[in-house]
Design a protein around this ligand. Structure first.
Ligand code: GLN
Length: 386
């Protein structure tokens, strides 16, 4: 095999994702895992029953249709209309994917040519950097800076070059919890139209907004025809292990993403699709109660982290809180997170790994609050020992 590195150079240095590394550390040390974002309580019982029923009745046990089962595509279209007033044709404008992760990969692989530039908010969700690299494209960071983590729209304008092909917008934003305002969305839309850019929006936390509201970019003038919107059942219904995600957009965009998707997974797991179709049709009360519960948990963990000496940047959405560890006399979040399990039995994520320029986010550490209140209280008590 000679001296040539085995791993494709586009993935060089991308080793194991921080989420896998930190969850393994939590298991090995028996720590409370506030790192990787997954709830410690499963989603609604009736949705689980729907999955069991589908399995038993033989719905989806063999390859489902490539774009997703019609029941789910219809439910996704209904959801987009019910919550966002967006009308999509379930046959031509909706695609079911293996989680939002596959949707992101398929969209980037489908829409980019080598050398294209993609502007995305830094800190980046980790799969963005990897998938942009796999497409041979170039990521261009628009840094969200503490304490407010707002996008600087003049800076965005200055980053656009003739090679810019695509804006990759994540709102609510992981890990900072920033939710774009209608004014920020309008300014981004204007730039996209002016420069004829494609847009991918990652909206997996669309129902987890505590301050303000989530507005899809695709609803703005001139955006529907250029926007691939991505979401997922993982966060909204607390079934992150089911890996059911989706794409909505104009027919040509969805057709392009579908072409790439076919050769990644071909189709996504069948029985879960029927269950997610039922989940999407849950009454408004489900969504409202879920949001209220997470809102309480956000406030609980934010107060606890503040008391424990962290500087807390209160998130408007998602289920993550970004903190600054400087007041604790710490500088390096990566070292801090590696040592935290031994020091006090808690696992967190160093935001530094989501930055190209690590030093900008070096002192930032992210905690997930999608856990039972008793678990959050215990974690806070442990963090007090620091
Ligand atoms: N999105 C989740 C997080 O940010 C983790 C997903 C993953 O493990 N890739 O924690």
């Amino acid at each position: 095999m000679g001296a040539r590195p085995l791993l494709n150079r586009r993935l060089a240095g991308m080793g194991t994702t921080i989420f896998a590394e930190m969850s393994a550390l939590a298991t090995a040390t028996g720590s409370i895992n506030l790192g990787q974002g997954f709830p410690d309580t499963d989603g609604p019982q009736e949705v689980r029953e729907a999955a069991v029923r589908a399995l038993r009745e033989g719905r989806g046990n063999q390859y489902p249709p490539g774009p997703g089962v019609p029941e789910l595509r219809e439910a996704i279209a209904e959801h987009q209309q019910r919550f966002h007033g967006l009308v999509y044709d379930p046959d031509r404008e909706v695609l079911v994917t293996a989680g939002a992760t596959e949707a992101i990969a398929a969209a980037l692989l489908a829409l980019l040519e080598p050398g294209d530039e993609v502007i995305a908010f830094e800190p980046f969700y980790d799969s963005y950097a990897a998938c942009i690299a796999m497409a041979g494209a170039v990521r261009v960071p628009l840094t969200l800076r503490q304490p407010a983590f707002r996008p600087d729209l003049d800076e965005l304008r200055s980053l656009i070059t003739p090679r810019t092909r695509l804006l990759l917008i994540n709102t609510p934003h992981n890990p900072t919890g920033t939710v774009l305002t209608p004014e920020e969305l309008a300014a981004i839309a204007e730039l996209a139209v002016e420069h004829d850019l494609l847009v991918i929006t990652d909206e997996v936390y669309e129902h987890l907004v505590f301050d303000g509201a989530h507005h899809p970019l695709a609803a703005l003038p001139g955006m529907r025809e250029r926007t691939v919107a991505i979401s997922s059942a993982g966060k909204t219904f607390s079934f992150t292990g089911w890996k059911v995600g989706w794409v909505t957009g104009a027919p040509e965009l969805v057709a392009a993403v579908r072409t790439a998707k076919q050769y990644l997974t071909y189709v996504s797991a069948g029985p879960f699709q029927y269950a997610v179709a039922e989940a999407l049709r849950l009454p408004d009360a489900y969504y409202a109660e879920f949001r209220a519960e997470l809102h309480r948990k956000r406030d609980l963990l934010a107060a606890g982290l503040t008391e424990a000496g962290f500087r807390v940047f209160e998130p408007q959405g998602t289920y993550f809180i970004t903190t600054d560890i400087t007041p604790l006399g710490e500088k390096d979040g990566i070292e801090f997170c590696r040592a935290l399990p031994a020091r006090c039995g808690v696992v967190a994520i160093p935001n530094a790994v989501f930055y190209d320029r690590t030093e900008i986010g070096l002192a930032q550490v992210r905690f997930a609050f999608c856990k039972r209140e008793s678990v959050l209280r215990e974690a806070v008590e442990r963090l007090h020992r620091l």
